[in-house]
Design a protein around this ligand. Structure first.
Ligand code: NAD
Length: 498
């Protein structure tokens, strides 16, 4: 069985430790590879390489940096199928779904191919007599990224192309459950001509994460994962003075108004709830049915849910794959049991599903629970599996109060045919990313992605303009080229414009 190694200083590295972890094929329920689990010494080695590369890379002209990014972009396009296959094999999502994430990740590379435009500073002429001011941004230094299992290509690409385009060097700690695609990304960067040491990978678990958070020579940390770990990363990395953005978990609500097109809403709720087996941070997991729409909506969602073909992600017939691990499967099944015990109506039951030829796979069938209340664990907790819960309320005001009382604030959607409702919803809802008749409103690469509340710790969202700001810091220069006679203007008062 192959072992997925670190990537340090431009080549694969076995590192200093002897621990490895299993990388599973979730459709078969058995390990398909090993991954090296790094040590603090490996973190140190990668940071040393990244720091050594920073001087040269940050001084490389914008035009030369962009040439590398263009070549990298083309290589990602050429290797889309291979990247998607690696994602599907390790994560379990369908091939088409995996291709979608590769494309959405690559779009961040497209965006940063325009980095010269994005890094243009500002200039103010004649801010005072004979004085001009300009501001510009410079890279931070060595940046680290720590990423979750559910988007092995896209989420790291929210980070490293932006950091690198801005002139930083980067150390990635991918999820140890899905490390294969990152190794290929490292090889593509090398083929694109990125200098050794600019992009590094240290595989591993908590030991590597803590090593990155505590390292004195790392300037910024980007994290995406569950809320408890996001909070921990934010606190611990901040303690050593790093800039931190830490994106956490989610419970995304879709509010369906009585004036919505119910067939359209049901189609999109099923896609958004069960795509990727519900393991998307922007998956819809709670449907809030307003007034009389509930019965018809639940009926139509039920019809569509029972028609979903579940199977291995790599099989062309599959619409939904397994969840990522046995522990995930058991957790999701436990929540369904608890929801039923708490009094929810199990409209579609995904427990006990059998997939022919993949009997050992980590499958949970799509599950629909109705008459759920806000005190049930199927509502309060992020289940991160193919479980859609329906809550019934009487009005838009009640729906908004429910959504806004939830501690997460990642994504939300409203289904309506009323512009007035849509406008009111988008202004009043306390959530970072909002869809109007769009259930997975993941911002394009040239906008920034980020939630509110317990879904984000730190000031900056990822990619787009906020990503560029996160990976750079500003300088403001005030300039005067005096004539000899003007020197007499100097005096001891605080300077003001004249
Ligand atoms: P996770 O929090 O378990 O792991 C994320 C990363 O943290 C991994 O690299 C992992 O190795 C590391 N990690 C795990 N436990 C740790 C610990 N105790 N100490 C230090 N590091 C630790 O998340 P996951 O299960 O891989 O991913 C799913 C979660 O990520 C969900 O909660 C999902 O909502 C969230 N997510 C959020 C977004 C977003 O944009 N907000 C995007 C994708 C995923």
């Amino acid at each position: 069985m192959r072992t997925i190694e670190h990537w340090i200083g431009g080549s694969a590295s076995t590192g200093s430790g002897d621990r490895t972890g299993d990388v599973f094929d979730p459709a078969e329920g058995r390990p398909q590879a090993h991954v090296r689990l790094g040590t603090t010494a490996d973190v140190d080695a990668a940071v040393t390489e990244a720091r050594a590369a920073f001087g040269g890379w940050s001084e490389t002209s914008l035009s030369a940096r962009v040439q590398v990014l263009f070549r990298f972009r083309e290589l990602v396009v050429q290797h889309t199928d291979e990247l998607a296959r690696l994602v599907s094999l390790e994560h379990g999502k369908t091939l088409d779904d995996a291709k979608g994430e590769v494309v959405r990740g690559r779009e961040v590379v497209d965006f940063v191919c325009g980095i010269p435009q994005l890094l243009k500073g500002e200039f103010s002429d004649q801010v005072s007599g004979g004085i001009d001011s300009h501001s510009f941004r410079q890279p931070l230094g060595v940046c680290a990224g720590i990423t979750p299992f559910n988007f092995p290509v896209m989420v790291p690409m929210w980070m490293h192309p932006v950091a690198i385009a801005c002139g930083n060097t980067f150390v990635l700690k991918p999820s140890e459950r899905v490390p294969g695609a990152s190794e290929l990304v490292a090889r593509l960067y090398a083929e694109a001509g990125l200098p050794d040491g600019v992009f590094n990978i240290v595989n591993g678990d908590k030991e590597v994460v803590d090593g990155l958070l505590d390292h004195h020579d790392i300037d910024a940390v980007s994290f995406v994962g569950s809320t408890p770990i996001a909070r921990y990363v934010h606190e611990r990395a901040s303690r050593t003075g790093k800039r931190v953005q830490a994106l956490g978990g989610a419970k995304n609500h879709a509010v369906v108004m009585p004036d919505a097109d119910v067939d359209f809403a049901a189609d999109h709720l099923v896609a958004a709830g069960y795509g990727s087996a519900g393991q998307r941070c922007m998956a819809i997991s709670a449907v809030v049915a307003v007034g009389p729409v509930a019965d018809a909506l639940v009926d139509k969602v039920r019809e569509r849910t029972t028609g979903i073909t579940v199977g291995p992600g790599c099989a062309s017939t599959s619409e939904m794959g397994p969840v990522v691990s046995a522990a995930s499967r058991d957790r999701v099944l436990g929540y369904i049991d608890e929801g039923e015990k708490d009094g929810a109506t199990v409209v579609v039951d995904g427990r006990g599903i059998e997939v022919d030829g993949s009997e050992e796979g980590f499958f949970v069938g799509p599950t629909l629970l109705d008459h759920v209340s806000t005190d049930m664990s199927v509502y309060t907790d992020e289940i991160f599996g193919p479980v859609l819960v329906v809550l019934r309320v009487a009005s838009l005001d009640e729906a908004l109060a429910l959504v806004n009382a939830n501690p997460y604030g990642n994504g939300t959607a409203v289904f309506t045919s009323s512009g007035e409702v849509a406008r009111s919803f988008q202004r009043r809802v306390q959530v970072g990313m909002i869809g109007i008749n769009v259930p997975i409103p993941v911002p394009m690469a040239y906008h920034s992605f980020g939630g509110w509340g317990d879904s984000l710790f730190g000031d900056h969202h990822v990619h787009g303009p906020e990503g560029v700001r996160f990976y750079t810091r500003a300088k403001v220069v005030t300039t005067r080229w005096p004539h000899v006679s003007e020197e007499s203007l100097a005096h001891l008062n605080f300077p003001t414009a004249h």
